[in-house]
Design a protein around this ligand. Structure first.
Ligand code: ADP
Ligand code: MG
Length: 293
């Protein structure tokens, strides 16, 4: 690109809430044919809230919340904050735990009054040696079909309950996805969340393909796989778990409401955090770098 073209691009970008950190990226944007979008914080608002509390056996809802919040109080994960906030709204204060452990992409566990409490996925429960009955599985699936993340809570080796956690899609996500598809781009959602919840959210916004249950350190491998199959890939993310994928993509697009690390890993930053700015960057790229014949 000529310096003039880049300057024009940056100026127009700024007017449209698009911060261009690497000129080559906005130039490359017009060649992108696959766009990978992180789910949490990119397609959804990234502000999960507890919507369902389901306790099993003798467990009371208040106990379930107390156990879950006590462990989650030690985690920075958005789901953890949702649990702690919800408990607090119900006047349930977290208790002190010991031996807290966090397993990336799976959940957390700790000891409370000498009893082990786990909060997370089936894979975490397997690690803790806690069995999941078919009744628990089917209630979990019902939450997931409603686009909720279902978090299992175990107490002393048994599943004590389930928490349904919802993260609404952003107002403009569906329209942005529609327009990306009209421009001929393949749309792919990438998430650590489970397959069913991911599919339900993807259906709400019209995403073509879902890659779910991806551990944080595997997200960039998925971008690589697409590139190896010949796609020019743009990745949109908020930097929580996806910074390496943003760096590896042909064009890394950081959602501006995300973390500092996202902004540092992004070639382009969408200042206002709205997905429709992705369309504006593609149009900007075409306008700036397609020669007038
Ligand atoms: P995402 O791609 O949505 O950011 P993560 O990779 O952070 O997801 O987590 C994947 C899944 O692991 C979550 O959907 C959740 O089921 C589980 N998980 C991770 N951390 C926690 C936590 N602190 N509490 C409960 N569940 C968790
Ligand atoms: Mg994430």
């Amino acid at each position: 690109a000529t310096p003039t073209a880049l300057m024009v691009g940056s100026g127009l970008g700024a007017e449209n809430g698009i911060l261009i950190r690497k000129g080559e990226a906005i130039q490359r944007m017009k060649d992108v044919n696959a766009i990978v979008l992180d789910k949490t914080g990119t397609i959804t608002k990234g502000k999960p809230t507890v919507t369902d509390v389901i306790s099993f056996g003798e467990t009371k809802d208040a106990d379930l919340l107390k156990w879950a919040a006590s462990v989650e109080n030690n985690s920075e994960h958005p789901l953890a904050r949702a649990v702690v906030n919800y408990a607090s709204e119900k006047d349930i204060k977290p208790a002190e735990v010991s031996g807290f452990e966090s397993i990336t992409g799976k959940g957390v566990y700790a000891e409370l009054d000498g009893k082990k409490v786990g909060v997370g996925t089936p894979s975490l429960m397997e690690k803790l040696g806690t069995k999941i009955s078919s009744n628990v599985s089917s209630q979990k699936q019902q939450l997931e079909e409603k686009a909720k993340t279902a978090v299992l809570v175990s107490f002393d080796g048994e599943i004590a309950g389930l928490l349904g956690i919802a993260d609404e899609v952003k107002e403009d996500s569906k329209q942005a996805i529609d327009e990306l598809k009209k421009l001929g781009l393949k749309t792919i959602m990438l998430t650590g969340d489970n397959q069913k919840t991911a599919r339900a959210i993807a259906d709400q916004v019209g995403i073509d393909e879902v890659i779910a249950e991806v551990l944080p350190d595997q997200k960039s491998n998925e971008v690589k796989r697409l590139q190896d199959s010949g796609e020019v890939v743009a990745m949109v993310g908020d930097g929580i778990n996806d910074a390496p994928a943003l760096t590896l993509a042909d064009v890394g697009i950081a959602i501006g409401t995300g973390t500092d690390v996202a902004i540092e890993s992004g070639d382009i930053v969408l200042v206002k955090g709205d997905l429709s700015a992705v369309i504006r960057s593609i149009n900007l790229s075409k306008k700036t770098f397609t020669k007038i014949k």
